[in-house]
Design a protein around this ligand. Structure first.
Ligand code: C2E
Ligand code: MG
Ligand code: MG
Ligand code: MG
Length: 278
């Protein structure tokens, strides 16, 4: 009897594995179709000066409105796209779209603000990445001084020297760099000194816990000080309320993003917000 049970367990396990595999295969063809059917769009979330409340930049965030399944969040499909070798194509599309958007905003007379794009660890690890960025900047007429690239700590922990070299080249082109989700990765503080970065983005998990988790306030304070010690500007992500905003104001954090100011929105709405300053 026990053997039969054991046998079933093996079969179940295999079924689960093939289910997972089927799901990935399905998404692979769906991701390809998403390009055909123009199902990807970019939303933009303002990055705001903590002290003046002015918009200093916008972060491009990909959205996938799947024909049958509705909205699929990037946290679901980006890791799959990385696995199946589709992230390069997505990353290229995102960068081109964001740069074109900047140029359109510029030609309608808006005050220029920095446009930030998230780049996956997989992309940053590829030597063709730089060429791709250069090509897109040239094709779109983007001013690289208004382009920011967001990367996570973990994406630089492999082949670190090579990544630093690549990052330096991006900086030489005028592009600025951020460490995204700071505090959730595995890098040591020493690396902050080595990475040619401009901004630290404190992960929203710390911000969310500010008033509920003891020690969170101290961690946030320490991260802001750490960033400033290394000459970086510090961004708080996930600011949802006024109390949190006044806390980071008092801690002299530089910029923030979050639902309190605005959710990620379509480009037309960003244009309206930017018009207020132009
Ligand atoms: P991220 O780069 O750290 O982006 C911030 C995420 O927090 C976004 O989720 C944003 O919608 C959300 N957010 C902003 N303000 C608040 C707030 O006040 N409260 C809460 N609870 N959430 C807030 P989203 O758009 O679902 O993106 C999730 C992650 O997916 C991003 O994290 C980024 O790592 C990745 N991602 C998004 N777009 C792209 C892309 O174009 N390329 C790549 N490689 N990754 C992307
Ligand atoms: Mg980001
Ligand atoms: Mg983040
Ligand atoms: Mg994130």
């Amino acid at each position: 009897y026990g053997k039969v049970k054991g046998g079933n367990r093996v079969i179940e396990y295999n079924n689960q594995m093939s289910e997972k595999y089927n799901e990935i295969l399905l998404l692979e063809s769906d991701i390809r179709k998403a390009f055909q059917y123009n199902e990807f769009t970019l939303s933009y979330q303002p990055k705001v000066d903590v002290h003046t409340n002015e918009i200093v930049g916008v972060e491009a965030l990909i959205r996938w409105e799947h024909g049958k399944k509705g909205m699929i969040p990037p946290s679901t499909f980006i890791p799959i796209a990385e696995e199946i070798g589709m992230i390069e194509k997505i990353g290229e599309w995102v960068l081109r779209e964001a740069c074109s958007q900047f140029v359109k905003w510029q030609s309608s007379g808006l005050k220029p603000v920095i446009v930030a794009v998230n780049v996956s660890a997989v992309e940053l690890q590829q030597s063709e990445f730089l060429k791709r960025v250069k090509k897109i900047i040239k094709e779109t007429g983007m001013d690289p001084n208004y382009l920011e690239i967001e990367i996570t700590e973990n994406s630089i922990m492999q082949n670190t020297e090579e990544c630093i070299d690549r990052m330096n080249q991006l900086r030489e082109m005028g592009i600025s760099l951020s460490i995204d989700d700071f505090g959730t990765g595995y890098s040591s503080m020493g690396y902050l000194q080595k990475f040619p970065i401009n901004y630290l983005k404190i992960d929203k998990s710390f911000i969310k816990e500010l008033f509920s988790q003891s020690g969170s306030a101290e961690i946030i304070k320490a991260m802001i000080q750490l960033g400033h010690t290394f000459g970086l500007k510090v961004v708080a992500e996930g600011v949802e309320g006024e109390q949190i905003l006044s806390f980071i104001q008092n801690q002299d954090c530089d910029y923030y993003q979050g639902y309190f100011y605005s959710k990620p929105v379509e480009p037309e709405l960003i244009k309206e917000k930017l018009l207020a300053y132009s």
